[in-house]
Design a protein around this ligand. Structure first.
Ligand SMILES: [Zn+2]
Length: 46
């Protein structure tokens, strides 16, 4: 699964991906960038 990393400014693989529920009821996925370790977030389960 990939997410956009603000630090790398590119799509990276999500490390330790976790599905979370946002305040509006939608699902999101949070985790860590595999190359720099920054937090990344993606809307949706996949
Ligand atoms: Zn990164």
């Amino acid at each position: 699964m990939k997410a956009f990393c603000m630090k790398c400014r590119k799509e990276t693989e999500i490390k330790e991906a976790q599905v979370v529920r946002m305040k509006n009821g939608n699902h999101g996925t949070k985790g860590l960038c595999c190359s720099c370790g920054a937090k990344v977030f993606k809307v949706g389960k996949q």
